[in-house]
Design a binder for this molecule. Sequence first.
Ligand code: TYD
Ligand code: MG
Length: 458
Amino acid sequence: MAKKQKTAFVCTECGTEYPRWGGQCTSCGEWNVIKEIRLGAAASKQSLKTAGYAGAHSEVKFLSDVDLAQAERISTGFVEFDRVLGGGIVRGSVVLIGGAPGAGKSTILLQVIASVAQKGFSVLYVSGEESLQQIAERANRLNLDARSIKMLTETSVQSICDVVDSEKPVLLIIDSIQVMHTADSDTAPGSVSQVRESASYLTQYAKRNNISIFMVGHVTKDQSLAGPMTLSHIVDAQVILSSTDDARFRVLRSDKNRFGSVGELGFFSMGSSGLKEVKNPSAMFLSRADEPSSGSVVTVIWEGTRPLLVEIQALVTESQYGNPRRLAVGLDQNRLAMLLAVLTRHAGIFTANDEIYANVVGGIKVTETASDLAIIIGVVSSLKNKVIPHDVVFFGEIGLNGEIRPVANGFARLNEAAKHGFKKAVIPKANAPKEPVEGLTISAASTVSEALDAFGYF
Ligand code: TYD
Ligand code: MG
């Protein structure tokens, strides 16, 4: 009897799998996007033979018997890039690099591969999008030593693996995973199933042969990985390269990392010779307005494993309409509403009839509650039209009872502020340091009204 071909129903937009066909994808809401795909022979055979993507035969072991050899890492040559990866490229790991077209993914990967090649490692850059000539021109413009970089233009993963078998690179770049196709799937190149099968084939190959792979994946405007969104569980790490409001700068962020922390940021600037590391990212996010204006306030947030100074701006204007607007850009809208309620209830500052806008300078997203105190101070500063001196910094989480709660890494935040020339810090009482921070006067407060008094300015 002929064996039944394995099939699956997959949404071509977001990759959600269904047991049967349906008219609408319940995950992304799109209509007519669920397609039946035939699963490749290799995929089903593999899953019978092996367990997971590591390619090893399944076998029960005590955890204590597992070899604890430290994952070997290779530096990318960029401190900022290494940091986002958790300390360099792990041998045999697969990293997905997402970003909008033009973000600089191909540029940074060419720079990384050149730097790794310079250390004497064998590398291979596979491009399915650009011609060899285009890449050679870019390498020339970036002043890279082109002699040690091996290139290949190919889109079939089986052919790529054949070349890799003979070239034995330590680092392989796949630019991009969306144009790759595998003989295991007979759907059109670029479709979700092709992208997924290609990525899973390459990942299993990387694990078996201890080769590190960087796969490029294009993302859409809303920063979701189109198609490759479904690759998150296959790859070891997923990092996103995006532009900031200032088009010169690029931020690399880890969204998932099996070998490091998530939310780690690396900062770069794009210039005529490619991407350069930004050694002092705090300076990047502090706007350098000659005339400080009311509503503008600086806080210290914690990004990944380090502090970052950011400027928050608030604008309070009398509303012309019955229903005043509250708009937060780069901040949580609900958090802003909550802070305004606390301000009314616990500090007697009434804003219900005002329009309130809050914004984080530089296009960075602040998700940390440590910015609460700074947001409140910004609102009061704009409301009273009083400029906050440019050398004061604020941080602290605010609770519904108007209390100021401590935040993690208080001392490191204070040091970052002192390093950038801040003279005064208004912080939670529980974060008051035992030893002084050089150059910084510290006012510690346990409630919002205490903080307003301690600042003594309004
Ligand atoms: P690219 O790496 O091709 O982006 P991606 O692969 O993410 O689509 O980068 C393209 C952009 O970078 C393009 O807008 C030009 C700019 N760029 C520079 O500004 N300086 C440079 O040295 C290079 C190589 C590119
Ligand atoms: Mg590219």
